[in-house]
Structures are given as structure tokens and as C-alpha cells.
Design a protein around this ligand. Structure first.
Ligand code: NI
Ligand code: MN
Length: 225
């Protein structure tokens, strides 16, 4: 499977069977994304929570590419009410899709639709496909149950925020990696806005000092997992 980073919390997963999954596709109004919403494809769109910097261009992309949304129940119902396809899930539950397995986790944060209506709980997501597991934490503060998430799921790649202010900053994110114990940590949700400035290389160096692996992805970079 391939993982492409658009910047902020926006990623694209492409499986060996050529299924494309977008996560939190915030592209057009994202000053750091090298890719715009009319350039991406999607068989599935996973939205961790409905804040604008995660909900992003999902409606625009969905009108063109007709994906299945994968979200917590309340947010999935929002997309269904707008005429899109969705698979309703919720925290703690998993489901086998044609590309692999998706499981939702807790995230300590907020969530509201663009109309400021209730969008259910914010979430993180664990995606298992092509023999690899990717944990995108969503927006969250540090929480000790990450230890349980790490114990119950052997995580290969942990994608986690480091930008502070709205989410974990670097110090808490280093602790989060220690709790989950992934093979490789990948920082996200930094340097998009003035209030979330953070140096991903400081995060990387701190982790490496503790004997842990970290990859800092360039905006637009795609890696083979
Ligand atoms: Ni948020
Ligand atoms: Mn955010």
C-alpha cells in the first residue's frame, strides 16, 4: 500500500488492488497542500471529525468521484442527508471493506458540521490493508488509553498531530508514540496555521534519541508502506 501526505492531516492511501482512500482531505483552502481537490480520486473518504480543516473539500470531491464515506454514525448520516453514500460506524467498532479493515478509536477533541450542527464524537482510525496497519489519531490530546490501542493493535505507522494549541504538541506527541509503540511515527497537523507552528525535525530527533523511528513526510510525498 502507498501513503501520500498532502499536509495538515490529509492523507491518501492506495492499496495494491488500486483502491484509493482519502483521509481528512483539506486541500483547496489549505495553504500548505500542493494538490487541489479536483486532482484527487477517492473510492472511500474517511473523515475523523467534521472541523473544517478535516471535513475539507469532501463534498466537492464526493460529487465528482462518488466515494463511500466512512465516519462515525452522526457524521455519516450528515453525508447521507446530502445525498452521498456512507458506511456508518462508531468508536470501538471495526468493519471489513473490500480494501481492508477499518476501526474507529477515541480522540479527545470536538466536532461540528459546517452548519454548526452535531457531528458525533471526534475519532481516530486504524486502517489495516495489504498486511500493514496505519493509525491516524485524528485531532486529539494525549490520552493514556493509547497504551491499550497499542497493546490491542500492532501499529506499523502512527500518524499523529504535533502542532499544539488544538491538539498534542511535540512533548505530548512523543509520549503518545511511547504509549502506542508503532514501528514508525509520522507527524501531522503542524505549520498549516500560525498557531500550530512546530518543527517536525525536533519531534523526529527527540524520538530517535529514545530509540524510536520517525519519518517526516514532505508535502505531496508518497511512500510505499
Ligand atoms: Ni479539529
Ligand atoms: Mn484540526
Amino acid at each position: 500500500m502507498k501513503l501520500r501526505y498532502f499536509s495538515h492531516s490529509a492523507f491518501q492511501i492506495t492499496t495494491s488492488h488500486n483502491k484509493t482512500i482519502l483521509i481528512d482531505p483539506f486541500l483547496d483552502n489549505n495553504p500548505t497542500s500542493p494538490v487541489k481537490s479536483d486532482e484527487v480520486q477517492a473510492d472511500y473518504i474517511i473523515i475523523t471529525h467534521a472541523h473544517g480543516d478535516h471535513f475539507g473539500d469532501s463534498i466537492k470531491i464526493a460529487k465528482r468521484t462518488k466515494p463511500v464515506f466512512i465516519c462515525v454514525d452522526e457524521l455519516a448520516n450528515y453525508f447521507i442527508s446530502k445525498g452521498f453514500n456512507a458506511h456508518n460506524m462508531h468508536i470501538g467498532g471495526s468493519w471489513n471493506f473490500d480494501f481492508g479493515k477499518v476501526k474507529f478509536t477515541i480522540a479527545h477533541h470536538g466536532s461540528a458540521t459546517p452548519e454548526s450542527t452535531y457531528a458525533g464524537n471526534p475519532a481516530g482510525v486504524i486502517i489495516n490493508a495489504d498486511g500493514k496497519s496505519v493509525y491516524h489519531t485524528g485531532d486529539t490530546g494525549l490520552f493514556y488509553d493509547m497504551k491499550l490501542i497499542g497493546e490491542m493493535n500492532s501499529i506499523d505507522y502512527m500518524l499523529l498531530p504535533i502542532g499544539d494549541n488544538y491538539t498534542m504538541g511535540i512533548t505530548d506527541a512523543v509520549k503518545a508514540v511511547e504509549l502506542v509503540n508503532p514501528k514508525i511515527a509520522i507527524p501531522m497537523h503542524y505549520n498549516t496555521f500560525p498557531v500550530i507552528q512546530a518543527d517536525p525535525h525536533v519531534f523526529q530527533k527527540t524520538l530517535e534519541k529514545h530509540g524510536r523511528s520517525c519519518m517526516v513526510l514532505e508535502y505531496g510525498q508518497e511512500i510505499e508502506l
